[in-house]
Design a protein. Structure first.
Length: 194
């Protein structure tokens, strides 16, 4: 629909999930043009500001085949400034490259702040492969989203800057947010369609 061939033209991705996950893993090996700049799961925050699509695809495929998560990623393949953080850390020291990639001015942030910035960064694809409701309607409360565990990460629909949202997660977006995102020109299908 957008005139972009994702098999031959590179595209940037931010996601929720890891390569051990069936939905996320399958999605992240579908194209060798995928540039996964950031992702997080329940344990890790993966940051690769300027990934090489060919070498990183090989590593993602290895993790997918071996059913392993971000903790097993070969960090030597990360681009300059790339890091894999633990979500349990109280604060994260960011490289200049990570700050630039995710629009953060502070060099040290809480894990939730980094993850929220990742979800709002301009990218081609925001890919939900993990459980959680991460986007609500601008007029909704966090309670309306019904997912207290992710209140600190959740965005209002107007804060999303992805061109496309791919869904494999259950209830990644509230119904009101879905309408708002669509009206803003973001391409998205219900999770059961994707």
């Amino acid at each position: 629909e957008l005139g972009h061939d994702i098999q031959t033209q590179n595209f940037t991705v931010v996601g929720v999930g890891d390569m051990a996950g069936d939905v996320f893993g399958n999605g992240m090996v579908l194209s060798k043009a995928t540039q996964l700049i950031g992702a997080f799961n329940h344990l890790h925050i993966f940051c690769d500001p300027t990934p090489d699509p060919k070498t990183t695809w090989i590593e993602r495929k290895r993790l997918f085949d071996e059913v392993k998560g971000w903790g097993d990623y070969n960090t030597k393949l990360l681009s300059k400034g790339g890091r894999i953080f633990l979500r349990t850390d109280k604060s994260l020291k960011l490289t200049p490259e990570i700050q630039k990639a995710f629009g953060l001015t502070n060099s040290e942030v809480a894990p939730a702040d980094l993850m929220k910035a990742m979800l709002s960064v301009p990218c081609d694809l925001l890919y939900f492969g993990g459980i959680g409701t991460y986007i609500k309607g601008s007029q909704q409360t966090h309670a309306d989203a019904g997912d207290r565990a992710n209140d600190a990460l959740r965005l209002d629909a107007h804060e999303v800057h992805a061109r496309v949202i791919g869904e494999g997660a259950n209830l990644g977006i509230t119904r009101k947010a879905r309408v708002e995102l669509s009206q803003a020109g973001i391409k998205l299908n219900a999770d059961f369609i994707d």
